[in-house]
Design a binder for this molecule. Structure first.
Ligand code: 9D3
Length: 268
């Protein structure tokens, strides 16, 4: 997967791409990430990338020319081919006005050969970028950021870890050994965890078994794997009910789940 990032702050990306799964995926050649400085595509001697809004109003607007000209140098497939699916590429504008990024979108992007992430800044980006250059406009959530750079990093992280081989031996082995623990959909993806649209994850514990007088739940050291599975399912349901009750309406609950939920509701 090739990832291009267009930004007026290229230095912002020094660091975040050099850790953990993203770093390993880059080193393994699974992902190639290039950061492009939009200022390099401004032609006046002040390297201007922004201008005042037509019609008046607060703030400045990111000019279209540096963005269009930068994309021109990247040899991306023509927009019609990208939109028809003939080219497995997507040009994404990060903005507060976009559709909400979600795990389903990450999965869609991870199936492509190339994604181009355009980071908005200032009060906004000239709308011709969204209308005639980008294929989609994405927001990462309902809060106000200062620009699209953190959004681009969020997308790079969520997409990179989905690339085949990116989780490495340790993580995939871990998934394998726990595969009996959760119900699976036909595609083989776990139903658990919020990101995949199921329940929130159950609580995790590690050694020491007692820390500052705080013990680990006894069932976890009991060795009774059916009880452990049932306890974890119960805690996942409980946490979901408390923190994200809306998720419970979309998930298919088993007979055991209803039993556990009834117990939980009685305890509250
Ligand atoms: C007066 C209205 N402005 C808020 C002060 C609108 C506005 C302009 C520019 C809001 C945010 C931004 C900059 N944000 C992004 O470029 C952005 C973003 C975000 O703000 N929230 C969630 N996801 C994203 S992706 C890019």
């Amino acid at each position: 997967m090739k990832i291009d990032i267009l930004t007026i702050f290229p230095d912002f990306f020094r660091g975040p791409l050099d850790y953990g799964i993203i770093r390993r995926a880059r080193e393994a050649g699974l992902a190639t990430i290039e950061v492009h400085a939009l200022r390099a595509f401004a032609h006046d001697r002040h390297r201007t990338v922004d201008d005042r809004p037509f019609g008046g109003g607060e703030g400045m607007v990111l000019k279209p020319e540096p963005i269009f000209e930068c994309i021109e140098t990247l040899n991306v497939a023509p927009r019609e081919q990208r939109l028809s699916g003939n080219a497995k590429q997507s040009v994404v504008l990060l903005s507060a006005q976009g559709r909400r990024f979600a795990q389903s979108v990450a999965e869609e992007l991870a199936a492509l050969d190339r994604i181009v992430l355009i980071c908005g800044r200032y009060e906004g980006v000239d709308e011709r970028v969204s209308e005639f250059l980008a294929d989609r406009e994405l927001s990462i959530g309902d809060y106000v950021l200062s620009g699209g750079e953190l959004g681009a990093l969020v997308i790079v992280d969520a997409v990179t870890r989905l690339l085949p081989g990116a989780l490495g031996n340790q993580a995939s082995a871990e998934q394998e050994s726990f595969s009996g623990r959760v119900a699976r959909r036909e595609e083989g993806k776990p139903v658990s965890t919020c990101a995949s649209g199921g329940l929130l994850d159950y609580p995790h514990y590690t050694r020491p078994a007692e820390y500052q007088g705080l013990p680990v739940p006894e069932v976890l050291v009991s060795g009774n794997h059916d009880q452990i599975r049932r306890w974890r399912r119960g805690r996942a349901l409980e946490k979901t009910l408390r923190n994200r009750p809306e998720l419970l309406e979309r998930v298919a609950l088993s007979e055991e789940d209803r039993e556990l939920l009834a117990e939980i509701r009685q305890r509250q």
